[in-house]
Design a protein around this ligand. Structure first.
Ligand code: COA
Ligand code: AMP
Length: 630
């Protein structure tokens, strides 16, 4: 393997030869209340625990610590909201003050260590404050992406069972104001579990109607109303948050992140992978509702003592495709991190990057892209227009930080279009065949990670160790199944080709086709249905639905299609982007009744088609082909 300055090869080797020594050393980057003595608990495989017995507070590491170290007046967070015309800077001292006060407010509402708090908010500083406030008092937060509709929110409320929900009156999309409170109220009507209190941030763009259990954010934050909260000591193995992500079924998985391992891994990754340190400015254009937002809008940059930019807007249309360049220039951004879709949208709107002209983006050192496959065209365009390294990194909600990347702080490894480069120290990444044997270079298979995975990766699924083991650790004993397929090349570079299950990635948003099918199947006219993800030039993938009607249904197809599209928007959310639904006579199946989704996807994408020999009736597939190719 080509190793540039050699830093990577050495670190990688050490991390696999002696993980305990490697992560003991990395743990020195974190401020502990009780330092780790034992690094890895291997007593209960396949479940592993990092730093058992050690104690810390993650909020202390993200805020207090930097003030003690002299960064009180440095910007911790810059809020830039083109959709509301607002800009505001928060120094570390200000962010700590607000966080401690909100944490005090949560304590006054009865929230204590180990309680869960659900956060359903748009991209406003209060979302970050609420997350950090939970971390401060040892409460476990669960942020739900604001684009999810009431049904999805209700499932998460019932699983996380929050004592308090923190929300806002609205989110602001470029073309409309999305009122959150009616969505929250509807979710609570559907949920069995009821929180004791809802804290609502009233925003100017819409006033939320308050109910008997609702308290306004500003009431809780009235100066001197409650004492600010200090940091509560937690075990390294205590959960910091739950983050729900789409699985193959309609039931989302509650990824549990521990406190100590995550703090160590993120602190290490900020320097080694992202090359961002104290005083640097990182602009991660994602959403706090996704893992990229948790790790690299909120915790990573703050743990590193850097400045994070919280951007409430889109890459295009707010007001134009030059928005990111404006942010880079205005705040002296050193690292931008977003999804490839954002760059495809910018390129489509401004192919020659004319809006870059006259902008000073010299502060920018690196562009990081993740969340979906980075196609070589977008890679080449971004590299040419920005003139900085474009670093693809591959990871998942489950892992919390990159599995593969080009670690800029460690080395100067070559970049290869189409590959997120090499496995990061701590991750023994192998491509396995169906029999569990590691495949040779160039051969495509299931990308797996040898257990134990490094610190910061999922501890388990929320209150469901069995589902954790059966979903991820059972396919190949001793390995974590990523759900992605791909291969390694001769230099050990990993190429991630896409999911091998029914998870799809639409504009960097991870969605389950299974949950969309559940919504379609609930319509009284639908006998059976299938949803597949097909290639899309802008969003990477788009869902497409196919429904077979019950006999005797005489609703005109166009009306039915509109109803179904509306149903998915209402039940899952507009982000599902299911716009095309075809009414068909039959769905292709195997003799045992399994719908041939993979074959359908291959036909739709114009890929090599593999029709299983177990197909029940080949004429069904033939009849469907023209519709799929359309
Ligand atoms: N709250 C409410 N609605 C939301 C929302 C939110 N937080 N986020 C998106 N939506 C809605 C949008 O308004 C849109 O609604 P519409 O169908 O009525 O127009 C729908 O969900 C789809 O949104 P989106 O996927 O953002 O598509 P788009 O066509 O509006 O914009 C891009 C396309 C490429 C500009 C946009 O997807 C983008 O910025 N992508 C970057 C992805 C990203 O940051 N991913 C995070 C992982 S790193
Ligand atoms: P999420 O959990 O939302 O971060 O989505 C994780 C999934 O997104 C992965 O399993 C991949 O399918 C896909 N993904 C994320 N980053 C990349 C990348 N750099 N290249 C290819 N696919 C990616």
């Amino acid at each position: 393997m080509s190793s540039g300055q050699g830093g990577y090869a050495d670190a990688y080797r050490r991390s696999l030869e002696d993980p305990a020594a490697f992560w003991a050393d990395a743990a020195k980057g974190v401020s502990w209340i009780r330092k780790p003595k034992q690094i890895l608990d291997e007593s209960n495989p396949p479940i592993y625990r990092w730093y058992p017995g050690a104690r810390l507070n993650v909020c202390y590491n993200a805020l207090d610590r930097h003030i003690i170290e002299g960064r009180a007046d440095q910007d911790a967070l810059i809020y830039d909201s083109p959709v509301t015309g607002t800009k505001r800077r928060y120094t570390y001292a200000e962010l700590l003050d607000l966080t401690a006060r909100f944490a005090g407010g949560l304590e006054a509402l009865g929230v204590t260590k180990g309680d869960t708090v659900l956060i359903y908010m748009p991209m406003v500083p209060e979302a970050v404050i609420a997350m950090l406030a939970c971390a401060r008092i040892g409460a476990v937060h669960s942020v739900v992406f604001g684009g999810f509709a009431p049904a999805e929110l209700a499932v998460r409320i019932d699983d996380a069972r929050p004592k308090v929900i923190v929300s806002a009156s609205c989110g602001v999309e470029p073309t409309r104001v999305v009122e959150y409170k009616p969505l929250l109220d509807e979710a609570l009507r559907r949920a069995e579990h009821q929180p004791e209190t809802n804290v609502i941030l009233q925003r100017q763009q819409a006033q939320a109607e308050m109910g008997p259990k609702d308290v306004e954010w500003r009431t809780l934050m009235t100066p001197n109303a409650v004492p600010p909260a200090g940091c509560v000591t937690v075990e390294a193995t205590d959960p910091l948050y739950i983050l729900y992500t789409s699985g193959t079924t309609g039931r989302p998985k509650g990824i549990v992140r521990d406190s100590g391992g995550y703090a160590v891994a993120l602190t290490w990754s900020m320097k080694a992978i992202y090359g961002v340190g104290p005083g640097d400015v990182m602009f991660t254009a994602s959403d706090v509702g996704w893992v990229v937002g948790h790790s690299y809008i909120v915790y990573g940059p703050l743990l590193a003592g850097a400045t994070t930019v919280l951007y409430e807007g889109k890459p295009v249309g707010t007001p134009d495709a030059g928005a990111f360049w404006r942010v880079v220039e205005e705040y002296g951004v050193n690292a931008v991190f977003t999804a490839p879709t954002a760059f495809r949208a910018i390129r489509r709107a401004d192919p020659n990057a004319e809006l870059l002209a006259g902008k000073n983006i010299q502060s920018l050192k690196t562009l990081f892209l993740a969340g979906e496959r980075l196609d070589p065209d977008t890679y080449a365009w971004a590299t040419e227009k920005l003139g900085v390294p474009v670093v693809d990194n591959w990871w998942q909600t489950e892992t919390g930080w990159p599995i593969c990347a080009n670690p800029r702080g460690l080395d100067d490894l070559p970049l290869k279009p189409g590959s997120p480069s090499v496995p990061i120290p701590g991750y023994d990444v192998q491509v396995l065949g169906p029999d569990g044997q590691a495949l040779e270079a160039g051969q495509e298979g299931a990308i797996c990670i040898r257990l134990p995975m490094p610190p910061g990766t999922l501890a388990t699924l929320w209150q469901d160790d069995d589902r954790y083991v059966s979903s991820y650790l059972s396919a190949f004993e001793g390995w974590y199944l990523s759900g992605d397929g791909g291969y390694k090349d001769e230099d050990g570079y990993v190429f991630v080709m896409g999911r091998t299950d029914d998870v799809i990635n639409v504009a960097g948003h991870r969605l389950s086709t299974g949950s969309m099918e559940a919504v379609l199947a609930a319509h009284p006219a639908v006998a059976e249905c299938a949803v597949i993800g097909v290639h899309d030039a802008l969003k990477g993938q788009q869902p497409r639905g196919f429904v077979v009607l019950k006999s005797g249904v005489d609703t005109p197809p166009a009306q039915l299609q509109d109803e179904l599209v509306e149903l998915v928007r209402a039940e899952i959310g507009a982000v599902a982007s299911l716009r095309r639904i075809d009414v068909v006579n039959a769905l292709p199946k195997t003799r045992s009744g399994k719908i041939l989704r993979k074959t359908m996807r291959q036909i739709a994408d114009g890929a090599e088609v593999m029709v299983p020999s177990t197909i029940e009736d080949a004429s069904v597939l033939e009849a469907l082909s023209p519709i799929l190719k359309w």
